[in-house]
Design a protein around this ligand. Structure first.
Ligand code: GDP
Ligand code: MG
Length: 449
């Protein structure tokens, strides 16, 4: 009996705190998951410290075991840092909305320019793209191609000259091009201007200054820092450099179609506090999504199954029932067969998640209890209890031999089944009394302290 019901009884303990040992064990796993996801080390350190603090002061949950509860806190904190509710683009009240893109070379700025242009055009806007990356002649060509695909015009310094000379040299003044682009947008009544800029492979003070000059020339409503999700541990230095060099209002994470677990998302938001607006998920212009902090949190944690399970466990566990039960026990009332049935039903709800338990860290007792748990058992127990008279339910001690036989017949089970249920119930009742007396701790039960 005790093994099977341990976790259910454990759920009843509505008071108390998570133990430091439980918390630290789970935090170790979380730290590993975050580092695997390439979240920057200092961000991991700060993050796990704050989760630990929160877990230490958290009320013990009725529905979750300690490991699950810590994971839940971790997930909530992750979602909060990643931006809570995601926000969309901010538009200017008057005149063209200016969106400037900044980031390292290869981050996906030019591709994003096309994606945003298409996205905005489909929403009824009339964007104009500006090619302010004059670092390579090909950059202008690339933006022209992207603009054509998106069905959006491109403002470029040499629209006719796309011969693709191999000279890696400046072919114009990007600041002037950006300024002229804005003027053109005003004249032709484009309501959005998207400014593509140049980036180097590493951090480069000349290009950073150039980006700042472009910024000052067009005073953007949004400066989007575009960052490759695969950047790994460099995310923090890169984000900081762009924050200092140009500053930005939002972030776009690219190449999320790849293997990267997205630790960069946490690194960047953790360090700069700027929201992530979009996720880029492929090379096609339609591969652009609004950023969902909750999805990213579960990708970073790589514990999607655990998170699903936590959600279901909380749903399955009827908090009201638990509160009622706790109150009842506290007021000195006895644990009855009806209470017993409620608990068995809760176990049945949990039992339907049995399949997923294999993936769970730190589920020891719960897993064991549920593996032995036969869902049909609840139906049998329910039938037996329903075959009892109210007097028998209130006071099972009066159930003698002939009553047992009657109950067995009425519920379609054997007398031995009735006996077994009564024994189990008597044991459960005894435990509940002890628990009630002992202020919640159950003697002789491992992991119940
Ligand atoms: P820029 O140097 O910042 O302008 O970067 P580009 O827009 O030229 O992109 C660099 C490369 O990354 C190109 O080959 C793009 O096709 C590719 N790219 C951009 N965004 C994504 C994305 O979300 N997923 C994938 N798989 N590739 C992308
Ligand atoms: Mg580019």
């Amino acid at each position: 009996l005790s093994d099977r019901l341990t976790s259910t009884f454990k759920n009843l303990r509505s008071k108390g705190r998570l133990s430091e040992a439980d918390i630290d064990a789970t935090i170790r796993e979380i730290r590993r998951a975050l580092l695997d996801a390439d979240v920057a080390v200092p961000v991991v350190r700060e993050f796990t410290a704050s989760v630990r603090d929160r877990a230490l002061s958290a009320e013990v949950s009725g529905a979750l075991n300690p490991a699950q509860q810590v994971v839940k806190i971790v997930n909530e904190e992750l979602v909060a840092i990643l931006g809570g509710e995601s926000r969309g683009l901010r538009f200017a009240k008057t005149g063209p909305t200016v969106i400037m893109l900044a980031g390292l070379q290869g981050a996906g700025k030019t591709t994003l320019a096309g994606k945003l242009a298409l996205h905005l055009r489909e929403q009824g806007h009339t964007p104009l793209l500006v090619a302010a990356d004059l670092q390579r002649p090909n950059a202008v060509t690339q933006l022209s191609v992207v603009g054509e695909r998106a069905g959006v015009p491109v403002f470029a310094p040499h629209p006719g000259n796309q011969s693709g000379t191999e000279v890696d040299d400046v072919i114009g003044d990007p600041v002037a091009v950006a300024r002229d682009g804005l003027e053109t947008a005003r004249q032709r009544q484009h309501d959005v201007l998207i400014v593509d800029t140049a980036g180097r492979l590493g951090l480069d003070s000349v290009l950073m200054q150039q980006a700042a000059d472009i910024r000052d020339a067009v005073t953007p409503d949004e400066i989007l820092f575009v960052i490759d999700a695969m950047i790994g541990q460099d995310a923090v230095t890169t984000a900081k450099a762009f924050e200092e060099g140009v500053d930005f209002t939002g972030v776009v994470l690219t190449k999320l179609d790849g293997d990267a677990r997205g630790g960069a998302a946490l690194s960047v938001t953790g360090v700069t506090g700027r929201p992530i607006l979009f996720a880029s998920t492929g090379e096609k212009l339609t591969d652009l999504e609004a950023f969902h902090p909750d999805r990213m949190a579960s990708r970073i944690l790589d514990m999607g199954d655990v998170l699903t399970l936590i959600e279901q466990a909380e749903k399955a566990f009827d908090a009201d029932e638990a509160a009622k039960m706790a109150q009842k026990l506290e007021s000195g009332q006895d644990f009855t067969l009806a209470d017993f049935l409620v608990q068995m039903q809760q176990m049945k709800n949990m039992g339907s998640m049995k399949k997923m338990l294999g993936m769970l860290p730190g589920m020891g007792q719960m897993r064991e209890a549920l593996e032995n748990f036969d869902e049909r058992e609840v139906d049998r127990i329910e039938a037996i209890i329903r075959s009892m008279t109210p007097g028998e339910r209130d006071n099972p001690k009066i159930i003698n031999g002939s009553r047992r036989a009657r109950i067995a017949r009425g519920s379609g089970v054997t007398t031995a089944d009735v006996n077994q249920l009564l024994e189990r119930f008597a044991g459960a009742q005894k435990m509940m009394r002890q628990m009630n007396k002992g202020g919640g701790s159950m003697p002789g039960m491992p992991g119940m302290g």
